[in-house]
Design a protein around this ligand. Structure first.
Ligand code: NOJ
Length: 580
C-alpha cells in the first residue's frame, strides 16, 4: 500500500490489461475528422517552476510572459498551465480557495489577461486547469459549509452525521492514515476528501454546485481561454449513500471511484452549458478503467468531452525495476486501436505527477541523456493523439533524486513517509522509490542558463535546481545545433508539416523486438516508418521488403550506423523514413 503514495501515477498502476474491454463498435470512417485541438502540440508548464520575475523563488505569470518568445520558438501552439488560482498550496494549487482570482505568488488578473493576449498574438492557445472534484478547505464555500448543519453551503460538500455511526471506509489517496472521512467536531460530522484533508470533495449531486462550476468555466471562457483540463473529473459523481466497498478495493480506486452513476449526465450538462457555447475543448484527466469508459467520455456523437488523457502509459514502469518495452508497446498499441475510428487521445510520457521522462523511459547518464531524450520526443511527436510536452523535457531535464525527506515539498511524498512510518513499513525502500518516482523530480526549476539557480530566480528557489544545469540549459542548447532543444524544435515543426503524423493510421511492427519500438503511420499515399531504439545496445532490424523507396527524413543522431534493409540502430537512435 505504501507505494500508493509514491506518485499519483501509482494509484492507477494496479489495473491490468484484462480489465480493458473489447473495442466498442465504431463506424468505418477513419479518425481523420480535422479539428484544431487534434493538430495542436501542447506545452505543459508547471508555473511554480518556470520563471520567477520578482525574486521570491516561485515562478509567476510575468515570468511566463517574459518567456513567451522562447515558447513560440519551440513551435508549440498551445500551453497548459497547472492551476494558477488563489490557493493555500497544500497541493501546489490543486486546492483552490477562489476560482476567480490568481494566486498572489503568481501575480494578478492583469498579468493573466496580458499573458493570454500575448499568447494569442503569437498564435498560442491556452488551456486552463479546472479543479472541481474538490476545493480547498479554505474556500469560502467550505468555511460556510462546516459552520452549521443548516448553512446554505452545507450541501456543497459530502457530510456524514456522526449519529449515523461511522461512515463506510473510503480510502484517501493523499492522507497519512489513508482515511478519506475526516471528523469535524464543530457539527459532529465527517466530511469526505478523496485527496488530502485540505481538499474536501465537492458535492456534484447538488445542482447549485454544478451551476457554480459552469459559471466559473464561463468566466474563464469569456476571458478567452481555449481549453479546459478537468482535474480528477472522473471522480465527481458519487453514490451518496456511500455503500460498503469490497475489501482491498483501494488497489483499484479508478474502478470504484471513477465513472460514478451520474457522470455522463453531468458531462452532457457541462457540454450544453459551457463547452458548446464557445470554441473550446475539454480534456478529461483520467479516462475510467476500460476503453468503453474512455470512449464514452469523448465520443463526439455523445456531446460530452473532446479528449481523453488516460493513465495506462504513465502507469508503465512505476517501480524500481523500471519498465518493459513490451508493456509500453502493448499499452500504446491497444489504446491507439481503440481510438482508430472515433474519439481522441492525449500522448505524453511525463507530467507534474510522475518522474522526468528521460529518467524513467530513457537513460539519464551523461552518455545517453541527449540521445534518449530526443528519441522519446520523437515518439511523442509521431504518435496519433495530441502530444503533451512537459516543460524542460525539450532540454532533456532529468530527475533530481533527493535523498532526505526534508528535501521534498510534495504533500504526497511527505504524507506517504508518515504513513510508512505509522505502519512500520520499510522506510528505506520507500525512500529509494521516492528518489526515483517522486513528483518533485519533475517539478524542479526550469534551467534557463548557467548562472546561479539556472537563471530561474534571483532569490532562493522553492525547490532546488538540478545540479546538471550548467550543461543542460536553454542558453547552451540554443547555440548547439545538435542539442535536444534544437531537435525538439525540428520535430515539432516536422509534426506540424506532416498531417499523416496527426491523422494517419498507426501500425505496430515487430511486436516482440526487445529493443526497438517500430511502427508506421499512413494516410493515403503518405507513409512513414518510425524506428526507435529504446536500449543502450546497438539493435538490428530488418526493414520489411515490401517497403519501397525508403527515404530517411529524420535522425536523432549524426548518422545511421549502417543503412540498407538490414539496419543497425545505435543506442537510443530514432529514425523516420518515408516509403511507398
Ligand atoms: C491530479 C493532479 O494532476 C495532481 O497533481 C493533483 O494532486 C490531484 N489531481 C488532486 O487535485
Amino acid at each position: 500500500m505504501k507505494t500508493l503514495f509514491i506518485s499519483l501515477a501509482l494509484i492507477f498502476c494496479f489495473s491490468t490489461y484484462n480489465e480493458i474491454l473489447a473495442q466498442p463498435d465504431s463506424s468505418d470512417i477513419p479518425n481523420t475528422q480535422k479539428t484544431w485541438w487534434k493538430e495542436a502540440v501542447i506545452y505543459q508548464i508547471y508555473p511554480r517552476s518556470f520563471k520567477d520575475s520578482d525574486g521570491d523563488g516561485v515562478g509567476d505569470l510575468k515570468g511566463i510572459i517574459e518567456k513567451l518568445d522562447y515558447i513560440e520558438s519551440l513551435g508549440v501552439n498551445m500551453v497548459w498551465l497547472n492551476p494558477i488560482y488563489s490557493s493555500p498550496n497544500a497541493d501546489n494549487g490543486y486546492d483552490i480557495s477562489n476560482y476567480r482570482e490568481i494566486m498572489d505568488e503568481f501575480g494578478n488578473m492583469e498579468d493573466f489577461d496580458l499573458m493570454l493576449s500575448e499568447m494569442h498574438k503569437r498564435g498560442i492557445k491556452f488551456v486552463m486547469d479546472v479543479v472541481v472534484n474538490h476545493s480547498s478547505d479554505e474556500h469560502r464555500w467550505f468555511k460556510e459549509s462546516r459552520k452549521s448543519r443548516d448553512n446554505p453551503y452545507r450541501d456543497y460538500y459530502h457530510w456524514w452525521p456522526a449519529e449515523k455511526g461511522e461512515p463506510n471506509y473510503r480510502y484517501s489517496l493523499f492522507d497519512p492514515k489513508g482515511e478519506a472521512w475526516k471528523y469535524d467536531s464543530k457539527t459532529n460530522a465527517y466530511y469526505l476528501h478523496y485527496f488530502s484533508q485540505k481538499q474536501p470533495d465537492l458535492n456534484w449531486e447538488n445542482p447549485k454546485v454544478r451551476q457554480e462550476v459552469y459559471d466559473i468555466m464561463k468566466f474563464w471562457a469569456e476571458k478567452g481561454v481555449d481549453g479546459f483540463r478537468l482535474d480528477a473529473f472522473q471522480f465527481v459523481s458519487k453514490d451518496t449513500s456511500f455503500p460498503p466497498l469490497p475489501k482491498g478495493y483501494e488497489k483499484d480506486v479508478i474502478k470504484y471511484y471513477g465513472m460514478g452513476p451520474n457522470l455522463h449526465k453531468y458531462l452532457k450538462e457541462l457540454n450544453r452549458e459551457v463547452l458548446s457555447q464557445y470554441d473550446v475543448f475539454a480534456v478529461s484527466e483520467g479516462a475510467g478503467s476500460t476503453f468503453e469508459d474512455a470512449h464514452s467520455l469523448v465520443d463526439a456523437d455523445r456531446n460530452e468531452l473532446q479528449m481523453a488523457y488516460h493513465f495506462k502509459g504513465m502507469d508503465v514502469g512505476n517501480s524500481l525495476e523500471g519498465y518493459k518495452l513490451s508493456e509500453l508497446k502493448e499499452v500504446y498499441t491497444t489504446w491507439d486501436s481503440a481510438f482508430a475510428k472515433k474519439g481522441w487521445l492525449s500522448i505524453f510520457l511525463a507530467n507534474h505527477d510522475v518522474p522526468r521522462m528521460v529518467s524513467k523511459f530513457g537513460n539519464d547518464s551523461p552518455e545517453f541523456r541527449a540521445a534518449s531524450s530526443k528519441m522519446l520526443n520523437t515518439f511523442i511527436l509521431t504518435m496519433r493523439g495530441t502530444p503533451y510536452c512537459y516543460y524542460g523535457d525539450e532540454l532533456g531535464m532529468t530527475n533530481i533524486g533527493f535523498d532526505s525527506i526534508s528535501q521534498y515539498q510534495d504533500i504526497v511524498a511527505k504524507n506517504g513517509y508518515e504513513k510508512t512510518l505509522n505502519e512500520g513499513g520499510d522506510i528505506e525502500k520507500y525512500m529509494a522509490e521516492l528518489k526515483f518516482l517522486s513528483r518533485d523530480n519533475a517539478r524542479t526549476p526550469m534551467q534557463w542558463n548557467d548562472s546561479e539557480h539556472a537563471g530561474f530566480t534571483t532569490g532562493t528557489p522553492w525547490l532546488p535546481v538540478n545540479d546538471n544545469y550548467k550543461e543542460v540549459n536553454v542558453e547552451a542548447e540554443d547555440k548547439d545545433p545538435n542539442s535536444c532543444l534544437n531537435y525538439f524544435r525540428e520535430m515539432v515543426n516536422f509534426r506540424m508539416e506532416n498531417p499523416v503524423l496527426v491523422y494517419g493510421a498507426y501500425e505496430l511492427l515487430f511486436p516482440d523486438h526487445k529493443q526497438v519500438y517500430a511502427y508506421t503511420r499512413q494516410m493515403g499515399d503518405k507513409k512513414m516508418l518510425i524506428l526507435l531504439n529504446f536500449s543502450k545496445e546497438e539493435s538490428s532490424i530488418e526493414i520489411p521488403s515490401e517497403m519501397k523507396e525508403l527515404q530517411l527524413l529524420k535522425n536523432n543522431l549524426p548518422e545511421v550506423t549502417k543503412q540498407g534493409l538490414d539496419l543497425t540502430l545505435a543506442p537510443y537512435q530514432a529514425l523516420i523514413f518515408s516509403y511507398r
